[in-house]
Write a protein that binds this ligand. Structure first.
Ligand code: GLY
Length: 400
């Protein structure tokens, strides 16, 4: 018998199986994207009626049935306008758009704020999306000014951007979350701004590899530096279970940040690093079957430990982008894991019904458990990253 024939048949069978799996995944995702964006529109139309003029929503207190609001310089204030812009993009609802534009105005003055490192979160998730959609030159200038403010926190001796100011716990802390603020710096350098911003972001990333990460590709939450000498004073946590533990949202921030750094620099070192972080997260023995992590991978008391749905949303969005830069089995593993996270977050366990949950989409997030803050609540950034993950699947994989 001709040997080529069975091999050809096998090839056709395997390709058909792969194709069937992908189209089944597309069917699931197509429904999730439509349903979640319809829900998001209705939820945010409901929520916006409770949002006051001068502050933006962060969470919701079920006991009092009231939104929890924050001052405009709190790190989360870019997510409400950012989510509204994602919803507008998919639904073209003009009331949603008007509220997004109003919310952008509320945080506009943050562009000159220099008291923490969160400028990227606040000003790029918001104004970055606004510029992407509307190409208004004014938004671009606000992003440029925000990058200038963030760059004031770069400390050459430490080769890092300082996250928080000196406080009772830390001298000059840098947190792994800071990887999320680099996208805005890269963007400004790549859109006619000073190349120094991307240089800062690359140096910061290299220092993060050196000082934040352990040999298993898990990350410390905080590295505290001596501002004068740049020496590492200690490696610790602020929001995790222990100094040596893997705080779940921190792992998600790191993963997302390294993927952005690869996208913006094409430095293969960052891609390999991101893949290793993804494997640490996805292969962790304490990762639950539904792929919504406990608030810390080393939380203890599993399976009773609280989940952090925000970590799943951020990871899902990051994995969608990692799928863009990988091939074959690896690509499938990353996309399928992200899809599983989106499916879980869209189940009755995690997803609110219209009018519930203060208008937020996702339930069961944890902000800072050791500080007894925001435990098992909705958090504005969980919604933002779920919406982003759904959009990414639609743009990059659906029917492709
Ligand atoms: N600092 C961001 C966070 O709490 O995840």
């Amino acid at each position: 018998m001709n040997l080529k024939q069975p091999l050809l048949l096998l090839f056709i069978l395997l390709s058909t199986l792969g194709f069937t799996q992908t189209s089944k995944r597309d069917q699931v995702m197509s429904k999730l994207i439509t349903d979640n964006y319809t829900l998001a529109k209705n939820q945010y139309l409901y929520m916006m009626k409770q949002v006051p003029k001068d502050s933006l929503p962060q969470s919701y207190d079920k006991a009092t049935n009231k939104l929890i609001l924050n001052h405009i310089t709190w790190w989360c204030t870019g997510f409400y306008p950012g989510s509204l812009l994602y919803i507008f993009e998919q639904t073209h609802d003009e009331t949603i758009k008007a509220e997004a534009l109003r919310a952008l105005k509320v945080i506009e003055s943050n562009q000159t704020f220099t008291e923490n490192h969160d400028l990227g979160f606040m000003m790029y998730c918001s104004y970055g999306n606004a510029y992407r959609l509307f190409k208004d030159e004014k938004y671009k200038q606000i992003i440029f000014r925000s990058a200038e403010s963030l760059a004031t926190r770069y400390k050459p001796k430490m080769k890092s951007i300082q996250s928080w100011n000196k406080n009772q716990y830390f001298n000059c802390p840098v947190i792994v979350d800071n990887m999320m603020n680099l996208e805005m710096l890269n963007w400004v350098s790549q859109h006619g701004g000073d190349p120094k911003y991307q240089a800062i972001s690359e140096t910061h990333t290299n220092t993060t590899i050196q000082n934040h990460y352990r040999s298993d590709f898990s990350s410390y939450h905080v590295v505290d530096y001596d501002l004068e000498t740049g020496k590492v004073l200690k490696k610790a946590t602020h929001q995790g279970a222990a100094n040596t533990s893997a705080w779940s949202r921190g792992q998600a921030w790191g993963l997302y940040g390294f993927i952005v750094m690869y996208r913006d620099t094409k430095n293969i070192k960052y891609l390999n690093f991101a893949k290793n972080i993804a494997k640490f997260i996805l292969h962790h023995p304490n990762m639950p079957e539904d792929k919504v992590p406990y608030w810390d991978f080393d939380a203890g008391l599993q399976p009773l430990a609280k989940r952090d749905a925000s970590a799943a949303a951020i990871t899902a969005s990051a994995l969608m982008e990692l799928g863009q830069f990988t091939t074959g089995k690896e690509k499938n593993e990353f996309i399928n894991a992200g899809v599983k996270m989106m499916e879980s977050l869209s189940s009755d366990t995690y997803l609110a019904k219209v009018g519930e949950n203060g208008g937020f989409l996702i339930k069961h997030c944890v902000g800072a458990l050791p500080l007894n803050s925001e435990i098992d609540v909705p958090l504005v950034y969980a919604d933002y990253y779920l919406l982003e993950a759904l959009k990414r699947y639609k743009d990059w994989y659906l029917n492709k």
